[in-house]
Design a protein around this ligand. Sequence first.
Ligand SMILES: *Cc1c(COP(=O)(O)O)cnc(C)c1O
Length: 392
Amino acid sequence: MPTKSIHHRGWHFLQIPGPSNTPERVLRAMGKPTLDHRGPEFGLLSKRILDGLKKLFQTDGHVIIYPSSGTGAWEAAMVNLFSPGDKVLAYETGHFAVLWKTLAEKIGIKVEWIEGDWRHGVDAQLVEDKLRNDSKIKGVMIVHNETSNGITSDVMEVRNAINNANHPALLLVDVVSSLGTTPFHQKEWGVDVAICASQKGLMMPPGLGFNSISKKAFEQAKQITNHQSYWQWEKIIEMNATGYFPYTPASGLFFGLEESLTMIFEEGLETLTQRHRKLASACRVACETWGLENQCLNPKAYSDSTTALIIPEGYNADELRSAILKEYNLSLGSGLGKLKSKVFRIGHLGDFNKLMLMATLSGVEMGMELTKIPFQKGGVQAAMKYLTDHPG
Ligand SMILES: *Cc1c(COP(=O)(O)O)cnc(C)c1O
């Protein structure tokens, strides 16, 4: 017999910056019996999905689907392109950039590291300067949207930096929380590998990792002979041509992915990115009214999918989050790495609309009141005004 349980009625508000909410349509699509992954129906399903993903990444290369989280997709990209001892250039935008660097080092890749303060995006000039002085760098690794601090970097500027330095390095970009939330154009921006996962802008449960690779990256991978791993692109691409995989794919999730891609294209990428921009802007209006400091110091780099707020000195962001969870059944994102307890994050991505934002902001404002955090009231009101001033 349970002695104590908290009964919540109504919705749980999952406003962490990923995994994001899974829409009913996607949940229902996944409630199907398991398919024969070598049968005709599955081959057609995966070909439809692979075509949809290419359209989403905007690439004329290949998209690889792994049964993995984003971390697996990072590892996949690196082991396909680099050998132990190879050198890459990476940029410290925040916690995810640090994790990616650490993983690279674990697999024997040397990382030339540009340190950052976790409050600004990538400074492309610094990338260009490093590349001019080092012809041995084989890849540049950046995080498009740093989910740990709500900072978006300009990928095109980094591409231009590589071109200006006339350097052959490949460009690898983590788009885990930007794909399906923020404009991203792989081919136009000259991105060689875009790394993604299913649980953020794609509105799916966790479980699928993606490498979207340019033709140049694929050619380069064929030269790497020292690994024959599970992650190897070549074998997967070969079998994907007919819709199959060299191993058992996460076929149940494929039903959901087809539905989420359908939803994304029904809305249209432009409408989708504008929706994210508007909701993010309304969220920021509330935060500014409250007088809480944004972790991102450059307003041009504010993320369309996440806002990270600094808690006033002497208060603990995790205590605020747990009070809000307990009282309002609303989950907010924690501060990651060195931002632990200092920052909390509001996720405003994926299957998300104006009233969901208003509920989230109400939960934050009430939670600050409850925990006696000093702030200016009226953030919720200001966000409502922003939304009514910007209808559509
Ligand atoms: C969420 C996220 C990841 C996720 O990695 P997992 O292995 O799926 O936990 C990677 N990079 C960024 C920028 C993210 O936001």
